[in-house]
Write a new protein. Structure first.
Length: 266
């Protein structure tokens, strides 16, 4: 088998058109089974996701077998050809909309996805929290949501076709919640590694552009439901604040405070 990737929880190998995700011994069987269940359920309804070939035990280790998708990460494609940047982001927006055309059950609901962290968040008054929870609980949509869609989770093949990997955060619910997270990641997400002031400024300007193009493509000429999207954006930011990303903490605090004031108090 050919090694193609390594991570905190598993190493990934490729053989005969399949990807073998070999989990490290300390990862609990419950976590592994949860990811396998998601992979199977998503593959059954969404052709954009890798096909599921099962969870097996080999040499005493748990191995998740999935379709191996050849190609390069969209993030790499975007950085190598800036002249196609807009078209690539537009294609990503259409791809995300296509994912949301699928309905699914058996995954976490949107309430289960976000409720815990909202209730743990301290910098919000009880009345505003009640309004936010009412908004969250009012959603009865069952769209398939990726939960973490960004250019590092999209593979582009030689024909420029896009496929999506890493579905472990998938859930079912309002697609606007998923759009809000992707929009945040494209516009404000912090890439790993140290960056100069110039690189930070360039990243901010690029994020603004990419975010606008993505939203316009996703909604495809239809009116953008600004208030609903902003409400989901506030929920996403509150949850993001728990991730402990140092560079984002102060901007997150400011945008959360502003969102609470404008969306929940006025």
């Amino acid at each position: 088998m050919k090694a193609i990737g390594t991570g905190r929880q598993a190493d990934v190998y490729e053989k005969d058109g399949q990807a073998f995700k070999v989990y490290k011994e300390w990862v609990s069987i419950e976590e592994i089974q949860y990811e396998a269940d998601i992979s199977q359920k998503v593959a059954e309804v969404c052709s954009i996701a890798p096909k599921f070939f099962g969870l097996v035990e080999q040499d005493g280790k748990q191995v998740l077998k999935l379709e191996y998708i050849q190609g390069g990460l969209l993030s790499s494609v975007m950085s190598k050809n800036i002249f196609r940047l807009k078209k690539n982001v537009q294609q990503m927006g259409r791809l995300h909309r296509k994912i949301h055309e699928n309905t699914i059950t058996g995954l976490k609901t949107v309430t289960e996805k976000f409720e815990e962290r909202l209730l743990q968040f301290k910098d919000i008054d009880p009345d505003s929290l009640n309004k936010l929870m009412a908004f969250l609980n009012n959603s009865d949509k069952k769209a398939l949501c990726h939960g973490d869609l960004h250019p590092e989770n999209i593979i582009v093949d030689d024909t420029n076709k896009m496929r999506v990997i890493d579905w472990v955060d998938a859930y079912c619910g309002d697609p606007l919640s998923d759009v809000a997270r992707t929009y945040y990641l494209l516009k404000h997400g912090t890439p790993p590694g140290e960056r100069s002031n110039f690189e930070q400024l360039a990243q901010k300007q690029a994020g603004e552009f990419i975010g606008r193009v993505y939203l316009k493509s996703y909604f495809d000429g239809k009116p953008i439901p600004v208030r609903e999207l902003n409400m989901w954006g506030l929920i996403i930011r509150i949850c993001r604040s728990f991730d402990g990303i140092k560079e984002e903490q102060e901007p997150l605090k400011q945008s959360i405070d502003m969102g609470i004031q404008k969306l929940l108090r006025e």
